[in-house]
Design a protein around this ligand. Structure first.
Ligand code: MG
Length: 298
């Protein structure tokens, strides 16, 4: 199932996308009709209960079997929010995790031998169809990075690679928007990666049971319809198991933590001359089996 957060009639809700893809089950309403308590957000559900996903499945099944159309909301009537609109800590990100991207950012010497890790502030997060701020007074080098992101489902430390995928709740898509000039000027990546609206996320979380192998997913980014990035997560330098294991050595990963897995070649800075983003540009990031994340620059 695909879990999404949204606003409808001014109320923040979450739900399960109907299999036809045009409506969303209002799971809070389904729960109320069944005299059940449900966590108030996807993040709470992941954090509080190991049965969260199964509970949602039963509610949706009840709704479908009993034809409870009144508990479905057309997607055209909702304002999309990121599935976890305000993560409780920074989004963890892997840098230069595709060989070709490492080379386009410099040279063969930039291919990392050890994982590069940085974070983005929680205030960067916006949802599907929300607007990326150009921050024109701060940057002339606004860039995109389409990425597969993973949502942690279980608390753990010193996780081995063999058990790493057991700690995954599901997958989503992140655009690791970057101000390249700030990224370089301030040495650490943090500021250039953390301006408000620099982490479009969504459109939803796909449960891990629907992704057989996260290390073999096609990934594409289009700007104004033109394909700029076109790769596959099979080209990860550090596969997902190694990412989770490495991050968890001595540092506890918690349910609801979000990890962006890095971007392939084809970012704006990789072109000669560079092709940075401008006001009005429309960016679409596609990840096979997950979906499409669309945002435009204001
Ligand atoms: Mg990135």
């Amino acid at each position: 199932m695909k879990l999404m957060s949204f606003e409808w009639n001014g109320i923040v809700k979450y739900g399960v996308v109907h299999e036809k893809g045009d409506r969303v089950w209002d799971v809070l309403a389904l729960a109320e009709a069944n005299d059940q308590d449900l966590p108030r957000s996807i993040a709470e559900g992941i954090q509080e209960s190991g049965n969260f996903y199964a509970t949602l499945g039963k509610l949706v099944q009840w709704g479908a079997e009993n034809r409870k159309e009144e508990y479905m909301i057309p997607l055209e009537d909702v304002k999309w929010l990121a599935p976890i609109p305000r993560p409780s800590k920074n989004i963890m990100c892997v840098g230069k995790n595709y060989r070709d991207h490492a080379i386009e950012m410099g040279s063969e010497a930039d291919i990392p031998k050890q994982m590069i890790v940085f974070t983005k502030a929680p205030t960067t997060v916006i949802g599907h169809q929300e607007t990326i701020e150009a921050h024109a007074k701060l940057t002339n080098e606004l860039d995109y990075e389409g990425e597969l992101a993973v949502v942690i489902g279980k608390r753990g430390r010193n996780i081995t690679e063999a058990e790493a995928l057991d700690y995954v709740f599901g997958y989503t898509i992140v655009n690791d928007v970057t101000a390249r000039d700030l990224q370089e000027r301030h040495k650490q990546y943090f500021l250039g990666k953390s301006l408000d609206s620099f982490c479009p996320m969504g459109p939803w979380i796909v449960h891990h049971s629907e992704i057989k192998n996260p290390n073999t997913l096609g990934i594409q980014t289009r700007v104004n319809g033109e394909i700029r990035q076109d790769s596959n997560t099979e080209h990860f330098i550090f596969p997902l198991e190694e990412i989770i294991s490495t991050l968890s050595q001595g540092m506890t990963l918690e349910p609801g933590d979000i990890i962006a897995t890095g971007t392939p070649s084809g970012v704006g800075k990789g072109f000669k001359p560079p092709r940075f983003l401008n006001s009005g540009d429309e960016i679409e990031v596609y990840v096979e089996g997950v979906g499409k994340l669309n945002n435009s620059v204001n």
